[in-house]
Each structure stands twice: as structure tokens, then as C-alpha cells.
Design a protein around this ligand. Structure first.
Ligand SMILES: [Fe+2]
Length: 256
């Protein structure tokens, strides 16, 4: 004779939903271990105006050396790498991680990317990419980005698979004084999410000037909409309202 005994450990769906909304409204105070495994999603950031408008011939993950180049790039050699994960901590292989950044003079390889009064370093690759391996790992050898007006030091990162882009974000170095005043960084997600993109970089060895850091990237499930690349902190995209002058759209808020 089959008795229908309710499993005391089973939480009905409605109760889960209630718990979930309680977690959200209490800011996670009663978390317990219900969501302990969920990782902090890497926050989105604006793509900025300097995603390359022409890609270099050499697009590998070592930006310090251009294929056939005469000399290594100027600046402090800096390596970083880590794993690409989903929110449950599962490694994501076969994704492309792209990096673009300012050279030692603060200039990008973009055709408008040369800062006033500066020259572009011809030995710096400016853009590179790598496919995550079976363990979800990626790695770059590059330089510490140069500083340019209005921003703190930052790397630009995009994650793609096929023709879908899943994330556009930026990576920062802990302890850089300009971090505290950087409008883009301050607009990136929650406090916990911001902390996840400000990483500690240390000398590679006692006698080395070269820096090294680690950074795991945590992806949400949904691919990015093109407008999200221009909306730090998930602000709604700018829409063309009736009567709005085209100039406001073209020359609105300063781009970064
Ligand atoms: Fe930038």
C-alpha cells in the first residue's frame, strides 16, 4: 500500500520563488547555503569608442610582440589569465576572449585612437584574442595600459562565441589612484561585481619588473544586445525620441 509521504527536504516551486524574492529584497542576508554556489557575474561595461575599426594582421594573445616587428612593445609587460565560467562555476571552452587597450602612450590602434600630443607605439599589437581551452582557460601577455585623460588604467575585454557576443567589460588594477574617480568603473554593477574586476597585480618574481594577475570571467546565459555595449551599468539604450535633434544623439554624453 503506497502512502503518499511528503519528502521533508523537498521545497515546492512556489516556496523556492518566495525564498528567492526574499533573498533579493533582503540583499541576501538570509542566504544560508541555498545560493552559495552561484558566482558573482562579471559586470558589463561600455565598449567605448576604440574597439578596433581595422584589425591588426597579428591577433594572437601576445600583444607585446608583433609578428615581424622590430622591437618589443614599450611599457611594463603584464600577464593575466584565468578561467571563463558560467554562474554555476562550469568552465566554458571554445569561447573567444578578445582584449584591446591603450599602449604605453595611452593610444589605441583605432584610427581615432591617438591621444592629443602623443604618438602610437608601432610595436604594440593593440588587440589580441584567444580561444578558451577545455578547462575554460585563457591567457594574455600584454603591457600595463597607458593612462589617458578622463579614465583610470583599464583593459577592454569582450567574450564571443560564433557571431554572438556574450559580454563586454573592462578590467582594472587594484591600487591605481584614479580607480576611485572613474565613472565607468563606478557604474559597473554592484559593489561585489566591481570588486571582481579590480584585480591585484604582482611582480612575476623578485627581480622582475613584469606584472602578473589572475582573473576569472563569469558569464550570464544571455548574449548581449548591441546597445548594451554602450550602456554601462545596464542603463536603457538611448532611443531616438520624436523631436530630438540628431546632434544630441551624435554629440550627446562624452564617449569613453
Ligand atoms: Fe578605453
Amino acid at each position: 500500500m503506497a502512502h503518499h509521504v511528503m519528502n521533508p527536504f523537498h521545497i515546492p516551486q512556489s516556496r523556492r520563488a518566495l525564498l528567492r524574492s526574499l533573498l533579493l529584497t533582503t540583499g541576501g542576508i538570509i542566504t544560508g547555503d541555498l545560493y552559495a554556489e552561484a558566482l558573482t557575474l562579471t559586470p558589463r561595461a561600455t565598449e567605448g569608442p576604440y574597439y578596433p575599426d581595422h584589425l591588426p594582421l597579428d591577433q594572437d594573445n601576445d600583444l607585446t610582440q608583433i609578428l615581424g616587428g622590430k622591437a618589443p612593445a614599450g611599457g611594463v609587460v603584464t600577464e593575466f589569465g584565468g578561467r571563463l565560467l558560467n554562474a554555476d562555476g562550469k568552465p566554458l571552452s571554445g569561447h573567444i576572449v578578445e582584449l584591446w587597450q591603450a599602449d604605453v602612450n595611452g593610444c589605441y590602434i583605432h584610427s581615432n585612437g591617438t591621444q592629443r600630443g602623443k604618438e602610437r607605439d608601432p610595436n604594440f599589437q593593440g588587440f589580441g584574442k584567444i580561444e578558451t581551452n577545455a578547462k575554460g582557460e585563457y591567457r594574455f601577455r600584454t603591457i600595463k595600459p597607458g593612462l589617458y585623460t578622463g579614465r583610470t588604467i583599464h583593459w577592454h575585454i569582450a567574450v564571443k562565441k560564433g557571431d554572438q557576443r556574450f559580454l563586454t567589460t573592462q578590467l582594472f588594477i587594484a591600487g591605481v589612484p584614479q580607480n576611485d574617480r572613474d565613472g565607468i568603473l563606478r557604474g559597473m554593477g554592484s559593489e561585489q561585481q566591481r570588486l571582481s574586476v579590480i584585480r591585484e597585480f604582482k611582480p612575476m618574481s623578485k627581480d622582475s619588473q613584469e606584472l602578473v594577475g589572475t582573473w576569472d570571467i563569469v558569464l550570464g546565459m544571455t548574449p548581449e544586445e548591441p546597445e548594451q555595449r554602450r550602456s554601462p551599468g545596464g542603463r536603457p539604450p538611448r532611443r531616438r525620441a520624436a523631436g530630438q535633434d540628431i546632434k544630441d544623439l551624435l554629440f550627446g554624453p562624452p564617449p569613453f
